[in-house]
Design a protein around this ligand. Structure first.
Ligand SMILES: Nc1ncnc2c1ncn2[C@@H]1O[C@H](COP(=O)(O)OP(=O)(O)OP(=O)(O)O)[C@@H](O)[C@H]1O
Ligand SMILES: [Mg+2]
Length: 227
């Protein structure tokens, strides 16, 4: 039996207390296998971003368990000592607002995560260029983020998310700013990454045009998985 790469078990997350309490996730369980591309949908406020942030170890659950690649990362408390390093090495994030650093060029943005992980400048730049070529934006390597089109910026953000070859890739509406042709290209690319790197990909989307491109769609409603 293949084991899931991502295993969310009975996770709840609330913000605030008393009157102000919001139950953003209620007893959510989800397994994602290596090579699987899962879509996460649901109305605004249903908990999609919260769930990605929990899986990405950015947000501490209020209850439950999180297992990544056989390591119990959270079980009522964080069990992984160096969460920052784990995020850097094992998880790739792609945000809707692509979050490129505006004062660094395209190639510097991608190389930065490799430098943070301890690579030499030369090795980091070489790997960044390889990724930019793979994503067909290498001709823009010296451009600054403000000079890129939406689709170009999104591909650079994907290159950056893939730089450390993470097995878990989390994307929050990565195609929202793209036309349907570009959205399809991005989805095909994520699928290729899932297969080639045996990665698990979880993508929030509102875009019905790309629903058919996921192996599985998971629906959230009021913080619960909608069966
Ligand atoms: N840091 C926070 N503090 C308080 N409440 C929060 C916080 N983050 C999220 N929430 C609340 O938790 C609920 C789930 O939010 P979340 O961002 O996960 O929704 P979403 O499904 O991603 O929505 P959208 O489609 O609009 O992005 C919402 O009611 C939101 O207001
Ligand atoms: Mg959201």
């Amino acid at each position: 039996m293949p084991k899931p790469l991502v295993s969310v078990r009975n996770v709840s997350k609330h913000f605030g207390e008393g009157e102000a309490r919001v139950d953003a996730l209620v007893d959510v369980s989800l397994d994602v296998m290596a090579g699987e591309v899962v879509g996460l949908k649901g109305p605004s406020g249903s908990g999609k971003t919260t769930l990605l942030n929990v899986i990405g170890c950015i947000l501490e659950p209020s209850a439950g368990q999180l297992v990544l690649n056989d390591e119990v990362v959270f079980d009522r408390k964080w069990l992984t000592r160096d969460l920052r390093r784990m995020r850097l090495e094992r998880i790739g994030f792609i945000f809707q607002a692509h979050n490129l650093l505006p004062f660094l060029s395209v190639v510097e943005n991608v190389a930065l995560v490799l430098r943070l992980a301890g690579q030499s400048e030369q090795a980091a730049t070489a790997r960044a260029d390889e990724l930019l070529t793979y994503l067909e934006v290498s001709h823009r390597r010296k451009a600054m983020p403000a000079q890129l089109s939406g689709g170009e910026a999104q591909r650079v953000a994907i290159a950056r998310a893939l730089a450390n070859q993470p097995r878990v890739i989390l994307a929050d509406e990565p195609t929202a700013a793209l036309d349907s042709e570009r959205a399809r290209i991005v989805m095909d690319l994520l699928r290729r990454v899932a297969v080639e790197n045996e990665a698990s990909i979880i993508t929030v989307t509102h875009d019905e045009k790309i629903f058919s491109r996921f192996d599985r769609l998971v629906s959230l409603r009021d913080g619960r998985i909608d069966a």
